[in-house]
Design a binder for this molecule. Structure first.
Ligand code: DCP
Ligand code: CA
Ligand code: CA
Length: 367
C-alpha cells in the first residue's frame, strides 16, 4: 500500500481573526472574543484571543475579568462571540479546501483533514508546495491565515499543525515521525488529558518517546486493552483512521424483508427494531451522531417509498431513533393503501464527536 499524505488545516486564532477581517483597524491591537454570561458586566470566559493579546497571557478559557486585568493600559478590544458570522466564513473556507483534496473531513468549526495522496502522487515535496499554494489562495481570496501540518496520517498531521502557529507550515515525512514525536510531552496526544498524563508521569513516562518505548503489555494492564493499545500505537505515530467526509453525503441504512406482506404496524416495528439495533452498533463504533432519520418501504408492487424527518439536535439515542421511526411509519401507513414487502431505516446528516467546539460555545452562551 502506498504511504498516505494527510494534511490538517487549523485556522489561526479563528474567532478573533474573523473579527479582524470584519474590522481591519483591530489588527495591531489585542483582540479578545468572549462569551458574556451577563451576570455582571465582566463575567464570562474568553473564547479566543489574537496573538497580540496572547503575549499578555490571555487565552481561551480564562475568565474575562482576568483578561481585562492582564490587558490593562493597552488598546485591547473585547467583543462578544458572533457564531453566525464565524460559521459563514468557515463554510466558505471549507468549501475552498474541499476542492484541493481527494478526501475531506471537517472537524469542528476551524479544522479539516485533507487526504491529498493522489493529488501529490505520494510525494511530501509536492505536498509542501500544495500546502503553500492553498495557504496563498485562501489568504488572497478569503483573507484568512491558517496553520497546516502534513504527515503520513491524521495523528501526525494534527500534532505537526500545532507545532508552528500562526501561519505555520510543518511537514513530517514518514522517516521523520519518530524524531518529531519523541521529545514532545505525552499530553500532545489526543486522549492524554491532565489525569492520564499525571498517571503516566508517575510511571516515569514524560515524553511521547518514553511512552513509545514503554512495554505495551504493562500499558494494557494499567489502562485497559483499548486505551493501552491506542497509547502504544499513537506514541509510535501509528494511525490508520481514514479521512472521511462526515457531511450530508454519508448515511447508514439497513433494509430487510418482512415475514409477510403487511400493513400491520406491530409487525413492521418488530422488523425495524432489529434494523435499529444493528445501526446503533455501527453508530457507536464510528462515534457519530445524526440529525436525520428516514424510513424506506418497498411495496408489494415493488415501488420504493421513503419518508424522513430532521431532528432538532443531533443525537445517538436509540430511544429517539425508535420513536421517530415509529412516527414516520404511523404517518406513512395513513397515507398509503398498499401492503409493504420490505422495510428500511436510514440515518444521515452526521456530526462527529469532535465537532463539539462550537457546541461548547453555545453552551457557555446559554448559561
Ligand atoms: N473556542 C472556544 N472556547 C474554547 C476553545 C476554542 O470558544 N475554550 C473557539 C474559539 C476559537 C475556535 O474555537 O477561535 C477554534 O479553537 P482553537 O483551539 O483552534 O483556537 P484558535 O483558532 O482560537 O487559536 P489557534 O491559532 O491556537 O488555533
Ligand atoms: Ca482548532
Ligand atoms: Ca485554530
Amino acid at each position: 500500500m502506498q504511504a498516505r499524505v494527510i494534511m490538517l488545516v487549523d485556522l489561526d486564532y479563528f474567532f478573533a481573526q474573523c473579527e479582524e477581517r470584519r474590522n481591519p483597524a483591530l489588527k495591531d491591537k489585542p483582540v479578545v472574543v468572549g462569551v458574556y454570561s451577563g451576570r455582571t458586566e465582566d463575567s464570562g470566559a474568553v473564547s479566543t484571543a489574537n496573538y497580540v493579546a496572547r503575549k499578555y497571557g490571555v487565552k481561551s478559557g480564562i475568565p474575562l475579568y482576568l483578561a481585562k486585568k492582564r490587558l490593562e493600559g493597552t488598546e485591547a478590544v473585547f467583543l462578544p462571540v458572533d457564531d453566525e458570522f464565524y460559521e459563514q466564513i468557515s463554510d466558505k473556507i471549507m468549501q475552498a479546501l474541499r476542492g484541493y483534496a481527494d478526501a475531506f473531513e471537517q472537524v469542528g468549526i476551524d479544522e479539516a483533514y485533507l487526504d491529498v495522496t493522489q493529488k501529490v502522487h505520494g510525494s511530501f515535496e509536492a505536498a509542501k508546495a500544495l500546502a503553500q499554494k492553498i495557504k496563498d489562495d485562501v489568504k488572497n481570496q478569503l483573507n484568512i491565515t491558517f496553520s497546516v501540518g502534513v504527515g503520513p496520517n491524521k495523528l501526525v498531521a494534527k500534532i505537526a499543525s500545532d507545532s508552528q502557529k500562526p501561519d505555520g507550515l510543518t511537514i513530517v515525512k514518514p522517516e521523520e515521525v519518530e524524531r518529531f514525536l519523541s521529545p514532545l510531552p505525552v499530553n500532545r496526544l489526543i486522549g492524554v488529558g491532565r489525569k492520564t498524563s499525571a498517571k503516566m508521569g508517575e510511571l516515569g513516562i514524560k515524553t511521547i518517546g518514553d511512552l513509545a518505548r514503554y512495554d505495551v503489555q504493562r500499558l494494557v494492564e494499567i489502562f485497559g486493552k483499548n486505551l493501552g493499545v491506542y497509547f502504544h500505537n499513537a506514541a509510535n505515530g501509528v494511525d490508520n483512521e481514514p479521512v472521511q467526509e462526515t457531511g450530508e453525503a454519508e448515511s447508514i441504512s439497513r433494509i430487510s424483508t418482512l415475514k409477510e406482506n403487511t400493513r400491520d404496524l406491530a409487525l413492521i416495528l418488530e422488523k425495524t427494531g432489529q434494523l435499529i439495533e444493528d445501526i446503533q452498533k455501527e453508530l457507536l463504533q464510528r462515534r457519530i451522531s445524526y440529525k436525520q432519520v428516514g424510513i424506506i418501504a418497498i411495496m408489494t408492487d415493488l415501488s420504493v417509498r421513503s419518508r424522513s424527518q430532521t431532528l432538532e439536535t443531533p443525537t445517538r439515542d436509540i430511544a429517539v431513533l425508535r420513536k421517530t421511526v415509529r412516527e414516520l411509519f404511523e404517518k406513512f401507513l395513513g397515507e398509503s393503501e398498499l401492503e409493504i414487502r420490505r422495510v428500511g431505516v436510514k440515518i444521515s446528516h452526521f456530526v462527529k464527536e469532535e465537532a463539539k467546539q462550537k457546541q461548547l460555545t453555545s453552551f457557555f452562551r446559554n448559561t
